[in-house]
Design a protein around this ligand. Structure first.
Ligand code: ATP
Ligand code: MG
Length: 632
């Protein structure tokens, strides 16, 4: 299946028609992890229902055995013909206990297995999303992704953990009742079959409209959540512009659309429910009339009609429940369909899937052999030759014919007006986006495609990225202990000793602050570092880079959020402490760059000038019509 995710614009995708078979393949895969258990579950459900239904039969035959009017009570000789009252009571007790036992086991086993299967699907989705291309996050607002990871997860969990076990139980029960009804008296079988066929036909007639309405309801939910997430993120700006009403109106509009869809879906469902009610009402009426006629004709006994009517009343409510549950299961299927879309989407160019992934979605998986080391070159040369890059086929080039050579330990400043391509250059270097033309190498090796034939000259994405430390325009601080914020929870950094972390905190000048923390390295840090000062956050980020062994440092100076003095101090401190690394520094405050070996001036995606800071900066400031040190 070709994933439609890449085509997503601002509208959530709407699925139509039949479910793609890959959705069922994913669900079956998630269950088939435990084949023997799945067979056991079906067996338990049959035994439990068998014992339950057996009770009805026993009561019918018992009633016949007590009946004085022998004409109306003579049915076909059966297994209980020679039983006395005690036998009937004992049989009822045994059957009740068995049905209780088997059904209990069946339901709990099925629910647990269903939830485990769900966990599998959710994990597989996470593995792909963690490797999703940068373009995916550009096109999918956080609210949409959040909606999938909350609504779809919970719907899938309810369906697989609850609905599926009820549906299986109901189905087995209905099937067994039909068999028992047939064994008790064949006269009623045509009516049973007609009711079954009519219910199935009605379901089929309504299926598509209910399904599509339910799917559309789910997709109408995401835009309102996206809007809500964006509103919460920008709450302060919205308040300062006094635009709360506008945002509320927009939310109202989106949520109204969602509820309209939900109402339509519910109306479709209610209409279908009325049709089912009509079928069962006619069915019970038919069986009652036929029963009385057959007793009068001495073709069935009173007890047998009792058994049949017992079955009819049970099956009629089961039919209703079964088809209602099937249509509730559609919610789970719609969610599985949307998660399946994530599971099959293309992952980052050059990237490999984590070895933890078990589901075969056609993506290549990581193998240890692909991880090559550049350890023989602690400070490799970085070269860029004739690089052309654009964010999309129909978008203009963001970088044009870029040529650069960064020698080990060299520091290069990058300047240019806003939108000139400075951050884009870093994104390409980090392999977030594939480029259209040119060559980028580190230590003579280029970023290789998965399964490349000449591994000597190529690096896998993981190894490639391990060559860089990156300080973005807004470096992330995670919610969690200080220790994890220093190592960013990465596998290889887990080995970093506490002593090393303390030394690093001392090096960046955070020792005084650290000494005042009673919980030391386990001190909890809030999301975005809200319990830290701006300066502390910056020094923490520098400490993070110092702890990482990467030989190349990329700093994208922040344009906002900090005062110019703090930012300049930050970049200079980072430059000073990390001067043993090759550094590429994007600077908006030109005074930051006076210590650089070279400066590169980007203009409209191309290199306009390159040279010593004292050569390039004056020309640039004259061109930009700004004074040195002024924000551009
Ligand atoms: N994710 C994206 N998708 C499409 N186009 C993008 C994306 N990011 C940036 N661009 C475009 O690429 C061009 C270069 O952007 P870039 O972020 O590299 O500028 P910059 O020099 O870093 O600017 P600033 O100084 O404001 O940070 C701009 O025209 C921008 O609109
Ligand atoms: Mg930028």
């Amino acid at each position: 299946m070709n994933s439609k995710i890449a085509e997503y614009g601002d509208k959530e995708i709407e699925f139509q028609g039949k479910y793609h078979r890959s959705v069922f393949r994913l669900i079956i895969w998630s269950w088939m992890r435990w084949p023997m258990r799945s067979i056991g579950i079906i067996l338990l459900s049959i035994l439990g229902r068998l014992a339950f239904i057996g009770n009805t039969v026993i009561v019918g035959y018992w009633a016949d055995s007590l009946c004085d009017n022998k004409v109306y009570c003579q049915g076909v000789p059966n297994f209980a013909s020679s039983w006395d009252n005690n036998d009937y009571i004992l049989a009822l007790l045994i059957f009740t206990a068995l049905s209780f036992l088997f059904t209990g086991f069946f339901q709990s086993l099925m629910s647990v297995t269903g939830l485990k299967a769900c966990e599998k699907i959710i994990n597989e989705t996470m593995y792909r999303v963690s490797r999703a291309p940068a373009a995916f996050f550009d096109k999918n607002p956080v609210g949409r992704v959040f909606s999938r990871f909350s609504t779809d997860f919970s719907q899938l969990t309810t369906s697989m953990g609850l609905h599926l076990s009820n549906i299986t139980g109901n189905f087995v029960e209905m099937l067994l009742m039909l068999i028992f009804a047939g064994l008790t008296s064949l006269w009623f079988l045509p009516l049973f079959l007609t009711a079954g066929i009519l219910s199935a036909v009605t379901y089929n007639m309504n299926k598509m409209s209910i399904r599509n309405e339910r799917r559309n309801t789910v997709s109408e939910q995401a835009p309102s959540i996206s809007h809500f997430a964006a509103t919460v993120q920008g709450a302060n700006s919205i308040r300062s512009y006094q635009k709360e009403e506008k945002f509320l109106d927009k939310f109202g509009e989106l949520i109204q659309k969602y509820f309209l869809k939900k109402c339509t879906a519910e109306l479709y469902f209610q209409f279908y429910s009325y049709q089912l009610n009509l079928i069962t009402a006619l069915w019970i009426f038919g069986c009652g009339v036929l029963g009385v006629y057959l007793i009068e004709q001495h073709l069935v006994s009173l007890g047998e009609v009792g058994i049949i009517l017992g079955f009819v009343s049970m099956i009629s409510s089961l039919f209703q429940r079964f088809f209602t549950l099937i249509s509730s299961l559609e919610n789970g299927l719609a969610s599985a369909e949307r998660l399946n879309d994530y599971v099959r989407m293309p992952i980052e160019p050059n990237s490999l899937l984590t070895p933890k992934s078990e589901f075969d979605s056609g993506h290549q998986k990581e193998q240890e052999s692909l991880q090559m080391s550049l350890s023989d070159q602690p400070f490799p040369l970085l070269t860029i030759k004739h690089l052309d890059f654009s964010y999309g086929e129909d978008l203009p080039l963001a970088l044009k014919d870029i040529n650069l050579e960064a020698k080990p330990g060299e520091s290069i400043g990058i300047i240019g007006r806003t939108g000139s391509g400075k951050s884009s250059l870093f994104k390409v270097l980090l392999g977030y986006y594939g480029f259209q033309k040119g060559l980028v190498t580190i230590g003579g090796k280029q970023l290789g495609l998965c399964g490349q034939e000449k591994p000597d000259n190529y690096l896998g994405l993981k190894e490639w990225r391990s060559q860089f430390s990156y300080i973005s325009q807004s470096p992330p601080i995670f919610r969690g202990p200080l220790r994890e914020n220093l190592t960013i929870r990465s596998q290889e950094d887990r080995k970093v000793a506490d002593k090393k972390m303390l030394q690093t905190l001392e090096k960046v000048g955070l020792e005084k602050w650290f000494q005042g923390l009673p919980q030391g390295l386990d001190t909890p840090i809030e999301e975005g570092g809200t319990n830290l000062s701006v300066g502390q956050k910056q020094l923490l980020v520098i400490a993070r880079c110092l702890l990482r062994k990467a030989p190349i440092l990329l700093i994208d100076e922040a344009t906002s959020s900090v005062d110019p003095y703090s930012e300049e101090k930050f970049v200079k401190t980072a430059n000073q402490l990390l001067k043993h690394k090759t550094r590429l520094v994007i600077a908006h405050r030109l005074s930051t760059l006076t210590d650089c070996d070279r400066v590169l001036w980007l203009d409209g995606g191309s290199i306009r000038m390159e040279g010593r800071p004292e050569e390039v900066i004056p020309v640039f400031t004259a061109h930009a019509g700004t004074l040195e040190n002024k924000l551009i």
